[in-house]
Design a binder for this molecule. Structure first.
Ligand code: ARG
Length: 466
C-alpha cells in the first residue's frame, strides 16, 4: 500500500491506497497536457491572493519564480513525475514545495482542484479552438479556390446515387465548403461559451477570501465570469458542445470522403488521389487505395463515440463535482488530435487531387436532360405535370427503340406533343443545361461565381473572429 503522507489530502487518512485504485485514480498520463495552463492559472491565482492579503509580496515573488521554473522544466521535458502525483495539479504543487518550501502551501488557499481543473481545461480548449479554426479555414479555402479554378468542368450530379442532372464540378466542391462554413461558425460559438472564467468558485460554495474574480478574468483573458459556483465546477456543457461540433464536422468530412472514394473507383474514374494520400496493397501490386479518405470516414465514428460517451458520463450525475468528470479530458484531447490531423490531411487530399475531365464528360448521358426536355415544353406553355409526362414518354420511346433520347427524330417527338419543333435540338447540350440555373444557389457559372465570392468574404470575416 502506498503511504498517504505525501498526498494533498492525506491528513485525514490512516490507511494506504490500493495500488490498482491508485492507477485507476491517476490522470497524470494524460492531463500533463494541461501543465502550461495549470501554471498560468496558478500564477493568476497567486497574484489575486496577494491582492486580498493572503500572500505577502515576498511570498508572491517566491511562488511566481517557482512556477516559472516548473514551466521551464515542463518545456525542456525535464519535469520528473513521481508515483504519488495524482494529477497535474498535485504534481505542480508538489514540485513547487520542493523548489520554494512551505510557502508553496499557501497557493491553494480558497482554491479547489474542482475550480482549478475546469479553468485549466477551458484555457486549453480555447487555444485549441483557435488552432483548429485555422486548419478548418485553410481547408475551406482550398475547396473554394479549387472550385474557382475549375468552374468550366461539368459532370453528373447524383441523387440516390443515380445520375440526375448535369452540374458543375465546382458546384459539388462548394456544396461541401458551405457545410464546413457552418462548422466553422459553430466552432466560434463553442469558443465563445468556453471563454468563461470558473476560477474563484472553490469546491462548491464559492471563495471565502473575497478574491477579485474580475482581476482573475483579466489576468487570464476570459470574456466573462461564471455566475454560480456549483454550476461552474461541474458543468461540462462546453465539452459536449465541442464534441458535438466535432462530430458534425466529421460527418461532413466523411460524406465528402465517401463521394471521393466512389469517384476514385475505376468504374467512375473522375478523380485520382495523389500518392501522398494513398497506400498500396501488400498482395495486389496494381492497387492504389484511398486510405486517407477511408481514415477520415472512420474517424467520424471515433469522434461520435467520444461525444456520446461524454453524454453518458454526465447523465444522472448529482450536482457539483464528481470524479466521473475526470473522464472529460481524454475525450477532448483525443478529438482535438483527431481533428487536427484529419483537417490537414483533407486539405492535402483536395489540393493534390487530380480530376479527369474526359471521364466526367463521358459520364454525362442525354437521359440526364429529360428534365430540360420537360422545361422546353413548359416554356412553350404546357403545364409542368403534362410536360413531365411527355418527357417521360420520350424516354420510354427511346428505350423501346434502343437509342439515346437525343437520337429521336423531330417526327418522333411531335408524335408525343405537337409543341416539339426543330429547336428541340438545343436541349441536348450539357453546357446550356447548367447555364439555366442562374437563380442564387444554382449551378450556372454566374451563380457558382457568386457563391465563390460570398464564401471568400465569409472566410475573411471568420479569420478575423479567431
Ligand atoms: N484530476 C481531477 C480531474 O481531472 C482534478 C479534480 C479533482 N477533484 C477532486 N475533488 N478530487 O477532474
Amino acid at each position: 500500500m502506498a503511504s498517504e503522507g505525501d498526498k494533498l489530502w492525506g491528513g485525514r487518512f490512516v490507511g494506504g491506497t490500493d495500488p490498482i485504485m491508485e492507477t485507476l485514480n491517476s490522470s497524470m498520463t494524460y492531463d500533463q497536457r494541461l501543465s502550461e495552463v495549470d501554471i498560468r492559472g496558478s500564477m493568476a491565482y497567486a497574484k489575486a491572493l496577494e491582492k486580498s492579503g493572503i500572500l505577502t509580496k515576498g511570498d508572491l515573488e517566491k511562488i511566481l519564480s517557482g512556477l516559472e521554473k516548473i514551466s521551464e522544466e515542463w518545456s525542456r521535458g525535464a519535469f520528473v513525475v513521481i508515483k504519488s502525483d495524482e494529477d497535474i495539479h498535485t504534481a505542480n504543487e508538489r514540485r513547487l514545495k520542493e523548489l520554494i518550501g512551505d510557502v508553496a502551501g499557501k497557493l491553494h488557499t480558497g482554491r479547489s482542484r474542482n475550480d482549478q481543473v475546469v479553468t485549466d481545461l477551458r484555457l486549453y480548449m480555447r487555444n485549441s479552438c483557435s488552432v483548429l479554426s485555422a486548419h478548418l479555414l485553410q481547408f475551406i479555402k482550398t475547396l473554394v479556390e479549387r472550385a474557382a479554378a475549375e468552374t468550366d468542368v461539368i459532370f453528373p450530379g447524383y441523387t440516390h446515387l443515380q445520375r440526375a442532372q448535369p452540374i458543375r464540378w465546382s458546384h459539388f466542391l462548394l456544396s461541401h465548403a458551405v457545410a464546413f462554413t457552418r462548422d466553422s461558425e459553430r466552432l466560434g460559438e463553442v469558443k465563445r461559451r468556453i471563454n468563461v472564467l470558473p476560477l474563484g468558485s472553490g469546491a462548491v460554495a464559492g471563495n471565502p477570501l473575497g478574491i477579485d474574480r474580475e482581476f482573475l478574468r483579466k489576468e487570464l483573458d476570459f470574456a466573462s465570469i461564471s455566475l454560480n459556483s456549483m454550476d461552474a465546477t461541474s458543468e461540462r456543457d462546453f465539452v459536449v458542445e465541442f464534441l458535438f461540433f466535432a462530430s458534425l464536422l466529421m460527418i461532413h468530412l466523411s460524406k465528402m470522403a465517401e463521394d471521393l472514394i466512389i469517384y476514385s473507383t475505376k468504374e467512375f474514374g473522375f478523380v485520382t488521389l495523389s500518392d501522398a494520400y494513398s497506400t498500396g496493397s501488400s498482395l495486389m501490386p496494381q492497387k492504389k487505395n484511398p486510405d486517407s479518405l477511408e481514415l477520415i470516414r472512420s474517424k467520424a465514428g471515433r469522434v461520435f463515440g467520444r461525444c456520446s460517451g461524454m453524454m453518458m458520463i454526465l447523465k444522472g450525475l448529482p450536482s457539483t463535482y464528481n470524479k466521473d468528470l475526470q473522464e472529460d479530458k481524454e475525450a477532448v484531447f483525443d478529438v482535438i488530435d483527431t481533428l487536427s490531423s484529419v483537417l490537414q490531411v483533407a486539405t492535402g487530399v483536395i489540393s493534390t487531387l487530380q480530376i479527369h475531365k474526359e471521364n466526367m464528360e463521358k459520364a454525362l448521358s442525354p437521359d440526364m436532360l429529360a428534365t430540360d426536355l420537360a422545361l422546353y415544353l413548359v416554356r412553350k406553355g404546357m403545364p409542368f405535370r403534362q410536360a413531365h409526362a411527355a418527357s417521360g414518354k420520350a424516354v420510354h420511346l427511346a428505350e423501346t427503340k434502343g437509342i439515346a433520347i437525343n437520337q429521336l427524330t423531330v417526327e418522333d417527338m411531335k408524335s408525343i406533343s405537337p409543341l416539339f419543333g426543330t429547336d428541340v435540338s438545343q436541349v441536348w447540350d450539357y453546357a446550356n443545361s447548367v447555364e439555366q440555373y442562374t437563380t442564387p444557389g444554382g449551378t450556372s457559372k454566374s451563380s457558382v461565381t457568386a457563391q465563390i465570392e460570398q464564401l471568400r468574404e465569409l472566410l475573411r470575416r471568420q479569420k478575423d473572429l479567431f
